[in-house]
Design a protein. Structure first.
Length: 556
């Protein structure tokens, strides 16, 4: 077997990421990042690589909210061309290529079809010109990616060819379809986690399930934050020279409380996603409606439909995909793809997320720019040592982090090395050839039911999972229909800071990402985690019930 599957097995503790609250409470840091979604994780990673001492805290689990509840795309922003946001498209395309390069195991090329009906065939010239520009803007970055990750230019397919590729289009009065490429994340949760893993490997202190209750203010300057460990209820202070808030949809809520004044920095947009039976083969679909668009995305063993874009004004903690939301969305899908005829009973899983958008001039949330905004609270509120980052998108989070760390260094009046996050592979991304790696992983087919899934989730870290399974053969047991094995739970607790059963079921593994796996699977997963985390029976029962409640709360 290749060395990439057998190396790194001798010292399984060397790359372990653990909650070290003692360090958080007793060290002083250059930078405290509050919020462990992809933006916060990327900021902490960049800062730690540039030599800053960094603390990263997240009140829930890493990437447990908006960073997980999305369309699972790394895309160049084709639709932003309509608003003439060329710089945003150029940035998105460049960053798309970076993710393909630094995380080839988790980010893969995805072919799309953009169908045009005979009543809209007049749009072919305009859309074709836009796609040609899209291809041109992506050329420079494409050359830097390994050949098995490069994205081909777009092509036009006539109705027969498009229908042959994806039969669900045949019910349309089809004129043809454009075929183009973007990229898909197998697991945004694990992609964000790898940023945190890299941060910890570079000496930073990261902790999930730690909530910032208030800011430490002295003489008009923020010196860190008062924290509460949600596991024990204990409180402690984390001190830092600069604090960055990367709270997404929760930014205004926290700032209003921490600074005792209204914030109103952003508008919120709610997007729902619905997982249904497979509707397409290998291609995703971009479907234009009268005022927006939606995607039909092949994902794992089903099809992910997304997304809606509606204003949201409630408590961010209360966002959900309601039965009414799902019924209306399925109606939209059926109207534009009459060949699928979906019903609520076809829904396997659903979720909702919130986009934090800057308050720029657009009338609707759909037309509001996805550009990010960085707020210096010394200028806006007279409070030094505090920055907020809002807006942006998954694809451009790495570049947003680079710009934010540049600003932090200015405030620290500190020189540091150049940003390396565009070239440094993530911990699982140190793979010379993805295609060769995936072929080699098929040698595990006799031991595991879905070796490609394991290879894509862990990449170069797969050897660590295999070492656990080899040392304890019982950990090779398959737990769920997607091919998750028991060793993944043990690795999640030992090395990936999984604290709750939900952390494991919904984010470290795929056990619950396709919907309710059933009581028997949850019980088995809880038993494995209870042994590893040394839970008593009451804790094991409470954890199992908490995850079961997640699925009871879903309209699916």
């Amino acid at each position: 077997m290749s060395s990439i599957l057998t190396s790194g097995t001798s010292n399984l503790s060397s790359q372990a990421m653990r909650r070290d609250l003692n360090r958080l409470a007793n060290e002083s840091f250059h930078l405290l990042v509050i919020g462990g979604g992809i933006v916060g994780a990327a900021i902490a990673r960049d800062a730690s690589l540039r030599g800053l001492s960094v603390a990263l805290v997240e009140r829930g689990d890493f990437a447990n909210a908006t960073s997980a509840r999305n369309s699972r795309l790394i895309h160049g922003g084709l639709r932003y061309l309509r608003n003439f946001e060329l710089s945003l498209v150029r940035e998105s395309l460049r960053e798309r290529q970076i993710w393909l390069r630094i995380a080839p195991h988790l980010v893969r090329p995805l072919p799309f079809l953009f169908p045009l009906t005979r009543t809209r065939r007049g749009r072919r010239a305009v859309l074709g010109a836009g796609l040609s520009l899209y291809d041109f803007l992506s050329l420079a970055g494409n050359a830097s990616v390994n050949s098995d990750q490069r994205l081909p230019a777009h092509t036009w397919l006539d109705a027969r060819a498009a229908g042959a590729l994806e039969p669900c289009l045949r019910a349309l009065p089809l004129a043809g379809a454009f075929r183009y490429f973007d990229a898909q994340m197998d697991s945004p949760e694990r992609l964000a986690l790898e940023c945190v893993l890299d941060t910890a490997e570079n000496g930073a202190v990261a902790a999930n399930h730690v909530e910032a209750d208030s800011l430490l203010l002295r003489s008009g300057r923020v010196e860190g934050a008062r924290m509460r460990d949600k596991e024990t209820g204990s409180s402690f202070d984390v001190r830092a020279q600069v604090t960055v808030l990367a709270l997404g949809a929760w930014s205004d809520v926290f700032l209003a409380q921490a600074l005792d004044r209204p914030a109103h920095n952003m508008r919120l947009s709610k997007g729902i996603h619905v997982l249904v039976r497979p509707l397409t083969g290998t291609h995703a679909l971009t479907i234009a409606s009268s005022r927006s668009h939606f995607f039909v995305l092949p994902w794992r063993r089903g099809t992910l439909l997304g997304t809606t874009d509606t204003p949201f004004a409630g408590d961010p903690d209360s966002v959900a995909a309601t039965p009414a939301d799902i019924e209306a969305f399925l109606g939209l899908v059926n109207a534009h793809l009459p060949g699928v005829q979906l019903r609520p009973a076809d829904v396997r899983h659903s979720y909702a997320g919130l986009r934090a958008l800057t308050r720029r001039g657009a009338q609707t949330t759909y037309d509001t720019s996805r550009r990010a905004e960085r707020i210096d609270h010394a200028r806006r509120d007279g409070v030094a040592g505090l920055l907020s980052v809002i807006g942006g998108k998954w694809t451009t989070s790495r570049h947003l982090a680079q710009q934010t760390v540049d600003a932090v260094l200015e405030r620290l009046d500190r020189r540091a090395g150049d940003c390396s996050t565009a070239s440094r592979p993530l911990p699982g991304g140190a793979i010379d050839s993805l295609s060769s790696f995936l072929r080699e992983s098929q040698g595990l087919a006799g031991r595991f039911p879905n070796p490609e899934m394991l290879a894509r989730l862990y990449g170069a870290r797969l050897s660590r999972l295999l070492a656990l399974a080899a040392a304890r053969p019982e950990l090779s047991e398959t737990l769920s229909a997607d091919g998750t094995i028991a060793a993944q739970i043990v690795l999640a607790v030992r090395e990936e800071m999984a604290v709750t059963l939900e952390d494991v079921v919904m984010r470290r593994t795929g056990i619950g990402q396709e919907g309710d796996p059933g009581a028997a699977v949850l019980e088995k997963a809880a038993a494995i985690m209870a042994r590893e985390a040394q839970w008593n029976e009451a804790r094991r029962h409470a954890e199992t019930e908490a995850v079961a409640a997640v699925f009871r709360g879903s309209p699916a």
